[in-house]
Design a protein around this ligand. Structure first.
Ligand code: NAD
Length: 352
């Protein structure tokens, strides 16, 4: 089992990565913890054995579980279970669980320690690391939240064997992003090694910019178009089980939308003279090697997508993108609209 440090001084912590890492989860609890509230979902396969007394809080599946109503439900269960701020919360599940459990921990008793046990690929390489927690409002995703760093994260890659294919692809989309950000080629590595590479990259970026002021924005590589596809109804953010990429409306998982966004970002960067044809091809090859979509879904209208991208919450002022270039991936401001439209029109369209 590998141990990767998220170096945040007094708020720093370890991420354990490996097959069977869950056996060591007790080591991540703060010393003196008496009770643990295990927040999880039906169907999450992790049986956690803890050295201390624990009780289970089961939350519903799907994005709708990330609500203020659920925060209240979960905190009330903590209170009824006698959890004190000297105890701990354990989030066991995908990103929905780790975001909700993390936020509930951040606000319960004005801050209770949380340890995360991500059980989807996406949560292991992304959601559970870095201390961003939160829930949705009807007005938008992740609008209410807090930075609340976990005391530790346990990525047991053996738990991923039961992951449905669509969830697997979603995680792979984020992993392609890490490869393009410099996590190095993942070919030939074991799954645990691959996850560890991605975790190490995320840990370094978070350590450099805990609060998302600048550097951390590179983690949004591929996400500007990805979010626009989600907002445009091409990704089914509300349903937990999906049959996969069908080339139609509401069928993309988050990481699949990101994969399309990565190819688009490469085309846009080339148009701005930042990268060459070979690098664009590298983006396509990596995305296709994971059987991820590289084309726009049928019916996606470039003008409507541009509108949605302009409304992306990361945009302050003109059109802002995260783009590859001579000095690597970085934030690029004031990208002209015509360049965006031209890059969109260069994209292939999935016609089913
Ligand atoms: N905080 C962050 O930095 C951050 C980063 C990225 C994403 N997120 C959030 O993560 C969420 C998406 O997370 P997700 O993709 O993990 O989806 P998810 O949490 O909905 O999990 C997907 C489905 O897989 C099931 N599942 C979980 N583990 C399983 C396993 N081992 N075997 C079989 N089934 C399993 C879940 O019960 C769920 O039905 C979004 O809400 C997103 O906003 C947060």
């Amino acid at each position: 089992v590998r141990r990767i440090r998220v170096d945040l001084g007094a708020r720093g912590y370890d991420v354990l990565v490996g097959d069977g890492a869950i056996a060591s989860v007790g080591d991540l609890l703060p010393p003196g913890t008496r009770r643990v509230a295990v927040v999880t979902q039906e169907g999450v396969p992790a049986d956690v054995e803890l050295p201390v007394d624990s009780f289970r809080v089961t939350v519903p599946a799907g994005e709708q579980a990330k609500s203020l109503h659920q925060v209240e439900e979960v905190c009330r269960r903590f209170a009824r279970g006698g959890l004190t701020r000297a105890d701990a919360v354990l989030g066991v599940g995908g990103g929905v669980v780790t975001d909700l459990a993390g936020f509930a921990a951040a606000v319960y008793h004005r801050g209770t320690p949380v340890v995360q046990v991500p059980t989807t690929l996406l949560a292991q390489v992304d959601a559970a690391i870095g201390g961003k927690t939160g829930v949705n409002l009807p007005e938008g995703k992740n609008l209410v939240g807090a930075f609340w760093q976990p005391r530790g994260v346990c990525c047991d890659t053996a738990l991923l064997s039961t992951l449905p294919a669509a969830e697997w692809r979603s995680g792979r989309g984020e992993m392609v992003k890490y490869v393009l950000l410099g996590a190095g080629p993942l070919d030939g590595l074991t799954l645990a090694e691959q996850v560890a590479r991605c975790v190490a990259l995320k840990a370094a970026v978070v350590a450099a910019d805990e609060r998302d002021a600048d550097r951390r924005m590179v983690l949004n590589y591929g996400h500007t178009l990805g979010h626009a596809l989600e907002a445009g109804g091409f990704a089914e953010v509300d349903a937990p089980a999906r049959s996969g990429w069908a080339g139609g409306r509401a069928s993309l998982r988050h990481g699949e939308a990101v994969a399309i966004g990565l190819v688009f970002a490469a085309l846009l960067a080339r148009r701005l003279g930042r990268i060459d044809d070979d690098r664009v091809e590298e983006h396509r090859v990596l995305v296709r090697a994971e059987s991820l979509p590289a084309a726009l879904p049928a019916g996606a209208d470039p003008a409507a997508l541009l509108d949605l991208m302009q409304r992306d919450k990361k945009v302050s002022g003109g059109l802002t993108f995260v783009l590859d270039g001579p000095s690597g991936v970085e934030v690029v401001r004031d990208v002209p609209r015509h360049a965006v439209l031209a890059a969109l029109s260069e994209m292939e369209v999935d016609d089913g």
